[in-house]
Design a protein. Structure first.
Length: 70
């Protein structure tokens, strides 16, 4: 008796992903690329350490599922 597990997560097409999530991903990727030196020397020089953009959190705050335990 084989067991079949079906797991569905996310959106079925890229067009259905909310614009705020797409924007947040692009913003984070750009920010990390432009500040890549901060990632490399964060352990040695705290002044250059990368800090996450507050706009990133603001864009994703409306997409969070509050009260769910994952």
């Amino acid at each position: 008796n084989p067991i079949k597990i079906v797991f569905v997560c996310g959106w079925t097409t890229a067009a259905l992903v909310p614009y705020s999530i797409k924007t947040a991903i692009k913003m984070l990727a750009t920010d990390l690329y432009q500040n890549r030196e901060g990632q490399l020397v964060a352990g040695f020089n705290v002044e250059n350490a990368y800090s996450q953009n507050v706009a990133f959190d603001a864009l994703l705050s409306s997409q969070r599922l509050w009260g769910h335990k994952f």
